[in-house]
Design a protein around this ligand. Structure first.
Ligand SMILES: [Zn+2]
Length: 185
C-alpha cells in the first residue's frame, strides 16, 4: 500500500509516452494520450486532497483491480496498476460511496452496504439496494468532479461505470430462481 505521489504519477506517464514512441507508436497520438493522463493525474490530486479534508484516507495497492471504500475505517484503496484516467474514475466513484455514507434502514440505500451482511447479500432486495447505491456512487462522483472543477470525459467515465454496473447486474441475476431472480447458469 502506498500513498498518492503526484510527481511519481507524472513521471510514470512521461516514461510510458517515451516507451510508446521508442516502440514506434505515432508520437503525436502518444503525446495526446500523455496530455490526457496528466489531466487525470491533476484531477486525482484534487480528489485525494478533497478526501483528506473529509477525514478519508486514500492509498494505492497493486492488488486492487479498481477501488474499494471501507465505510467503517473511512479509507479508499485504489488500483496502482490502472491508467490514470481509470484511477480517477474509481476515485470519484469511491468518494461517491463516502458521500452516501452510513444510511438508516428507512432511507434510500438503507439496505445497501450500510446493512449488508453475508446472509442478506443473497436477498434480491438487498442486492437491488446495493445496485442503487452503486449507481448513486457513480452519480455522486460525477457531481463531485463538477463541483471541484475536475475534468472528466463523461463518455469515458460512463464507460467505466457501465462496465462495473454490468458485473453487479450479473451478480443480481445469478440468484436462485425461488428468490424471484432468473438463473443464468
Ligand atoms: Zn462501488
Amino acid at each position: 500500500m502506498t500513498s498518492f505521489d503526484v510527481s511519481a504519477c507524472r513521471e510514470r506517464a512521461h516514461l510510458r509516452h517515451e516507451r510508446r514512441v521508442a516502440n514506434g507508436k505515432d508520437a503525436a497520438q502518444s503525446h495526446k494520450k500523455y496530455a490526457r493522463e496528466l489531466v487525470a493525474v491533476s484531477g486525482l490530486e484534487q480528489i485525494v486532497e478533497w478526501a483528506l479534508t473529509r477525514g478519508i484516507s486514500v492509498s494505492f495497492s497493486s492488488k486492487e483491480d479498481d477501488g474499494t471504500y471501507d465505510l467503517g475505517a473511512r479509507t479508499i484503496t485504489l488500483s496502482s496498476r490502472s491508467s490514470p484516467e481509470r484511477v480517477l474514475h474509481y476515485a470519484l466513484h469511491e468518494c461517491g460511496h463516502a458521500i452516501i455514507g452510513q444510511r438508516l434502514p428507512g432511507e434510500r440505500y438503507g439496505f445497501g452496504y450500510s446493512h449488508a451482511t453475508a446472509k442478506k447479500m443473497y436477498k434480491v432486495s438487498n442486492k437491488i439496494d446495493i445496485l442503487d447505491e452503486e449507481l448513486g456512487a457513480w452519480e455522486h462522483g460525477r457531481e463531485l468532479a463538477k463541483k471541484l472543477g475536475v475534468k472528466i470525459d463523461i463518455l469515458s467515465y460512463n464507460a467505466t461505470r457501465n462496465e462495473k454496473i454490468m458485473t453487479y447486474m450479473k451478480w443480481i441475476m445469478r440468484v436462485h430462481p425461488y428468490e424471484n431472480g432468473a438463473a443464468d447458469d
